[in-house]
Design a binder for this molecule. Sequence first.
Ligand code: COA
Length: 173
Amino acid sequence: MSKITVRAETAGDIRAIDVVNLSAFEGEAEAQLVGAVRGSPGFVPELSLVAEFNGRIVGHVLLSKVHYRHAEGEQDILALAPMSVVPSQSHRGIGKALLDEAVQRARDLGFAAVVVIGQPHYYARFGFLPGARWQLQCTPPVADEMLTAMELIEGVLRPGGRIIYPPLFAAIF
Ligand SMILES: CC(C)(COP(=O)(O)OP(=O)(O)OC[C@H]1O[C@@H](n2cnc3c(N)ncnc32)[C@H](O)[C@@H]1OP(=O)(O)O)[C@@H](O)C(=O)NCCC(=O)NCCS
């Protein structure tokens, strides 16, 4: 039986990752964002993950640093974006395998929280909670219900804190 394996990207995967993102999303913005993040200070090489199925790269997820500012201080946490699975291979648990591994790696690296802007119903099953729970604000602004978050260190998210995405994310907001 074929197995889904998830591993960190290597230099040889870049074209295949492009293809996955171009096939999963309508335009080129997400594929371009991955390239831009790769060249930015927020890139964490261990957190750009590919999923292989039957020896082919069929999925990708990127977690990168965003700034979190609250009344008592500030720190880098992680944002998940984008995540993609080639349409022909969806609904096999590849998205779940990517997310489980990404969250585990983020925890192992000592990051305190992960935020995601996307369909709240999809991310809820992995433990992401509505940002409204912490009155989380976002720069640039997004609809409240689209912002969800997961604490990897309990209590790190404070009421009224703000997530600040690097400007290069503007392309997908
Ligand atoms: C979202 C995505 C990564 C899921 O990948 P996947 O490998 O199919 O995910 P899994 O197999 O682990 O889970 C599938 C389940 O997710 C749910 N799901 C998939 N896309 C969803 C969405 N946009 N909103 C809510 N739930 C969704 C479905 O309930 C599905 O359950 P089912 O298989 O019982 O029908 C994939 O559909 C994709 O690449 N979509 C286009 C790009 C995108 O929207 N990315 C996320 C935002 S960055």
